[in-house]
Design a binder for this molecule. Structure first.
Ligand SMILES: *[C@@H]1O[C@H](CO)[C@@H](O)[C@H](O)[C@H]1NC(C)=O
Length: 318
């Protein structure tokens, strides 16, 4: 009996050893394979059975089953009205409760959602928003602090103009307040990205009314909770307008982007454009869920299909 038990344990140990060795070998080979492929950037050749390569000038023949997949993607322009207000929506009142200035830290997506939230908060508090100061993008690239950080990335005038019915936005604090800010006379807050609207009404609004200026430091990729109560649907929609309509890269960056796309197109091979703003949670976060719903079926299918094909291509699987 004991002998039988012992030999059974032996077999089990042997089996476990074999399995882990096997998995190690598989992992190592996949890592090696994908690493070399990634370095050589061979995603397109790996997909070549789908995409017969053609000499320049000849009309590319795409097999029928892939026509839909590699066809042109429908533009989002037709969906723009979805971000407009749907209820009575007064323009910002003449009487502002004061100025909000802000320093924004983080990478592109954090900058974006922080700016969306700042506009939302300014509307909530009837405050005038001073164009936010973006910290990391310039400093980490060694760009002189003499540049105005927002307009280095975004089109400032378009931003102000397109939100004129939502909030009053100014480029800088008035001179007398600027001096007072240098003397640290105004309260500064560091709100979390999960801060509630009532935090702003209860904690920040009284200070804003009293000192006429408050400073916000945003390092969290936002400053107000991502899902707002249903009564605040218009604020959620405002975030969407900021993210996808008001906040646009400045002209020179758009030209550069277009040039990159033209180069990709000149290559005469299908290419994948990745837009981090079109992820499901980003859209939902910015109150653009409807935008996503409307285009969900076509986009998610496309993205999913492309994602898997690319992944399989990199791993050398079919
Ligand atoms: C902002 O102004 C609107 C009217 O324009 C008013 O209904 C609302 O109570 C004001 N909110 C604050 C926080 O002052």
């Amino acid at each position: 009996m004991v002998l039988l038990f012992k030999s059974r344990i032996k077999w089990i140990v042997l089996l476990v050893l074999m399995l882990s060795t096997g998995s190690l070998v598989v992992h190592l080979s996949i890592t090696k394979f994908s690493a070399t492929n990634l370095i050589q950037y061979t995603a397109v050749p790996a997909l070549s059975f789908d995409l017969p390569s053609t000499s320049p000038g000849s009309k590319r023949v795409i097999p029928a089953r892939n026509k839909k997949l590699w066809g042109p993607v429908k533009a989002l322009e037709s969906l723009q009205p979805y971000a407009n207000p749907r209820t009575t929506y007064p323009v910002p009142s003449e009487k502002s409760n004061g100025y909000i200035y802000a320093k924004v830290y983080g990478g592109f997506s954090k900058i974006r959602s922080s700016i969306c939230d700042l506009v939302t908060i300014s509307r909530l508090l009837n405050a005038t928003l001073v164009i936010p100061e973006i910290q990391d993008s310039l400093r980490s690239k060694g760009i002189s602090s003499k540049f105005k950080s927002f307009s280095y990335l975004y089109d400032e005038d378009q931003f102000i103009a397109s939100l004129k019915n939502d909030v009053r936005i100014v480029k800088t604090l008035p001179e007398n307040l600027k001096a007072a800010r240098k003397r640290n006379e105004f309260p500064i807050f560091k709100p979390k990205s999960s801060a509630t609207p009532s935090f702003y009404i209860k904690e920040i609004l009284p200070k804003l009314k009293k000192s006429k200026v408050v400073g916000l430091i945003l390092a969290d990729g936002g400053c107000v909770q991502s899902v707002l109560p249903p009564s605040m649907a218009e604020f959620q929609r405002l975030r969407c307008r900021v993210a996808f309509h008001a906040l646009q890269f400045r002209q020179e960056l758009k030209v550069l982007g277009r040039r990159i796309v033209e180069r990709l197109q000149g290559w005469d091979q299908p290419y994948i454009a990745y837009h981090p703003g079109l992820m499901r949670d980003t859209l939902a976060y910015n109150g653009c869920a409807e935008l996503f719903q409307a285009s969900c079926s076509s986009y998610s299918k496309l993205l999913c299909h492309l994602g898997f094909r690319l992944l399989y291509g990199l791993l050398g699987l079919k």
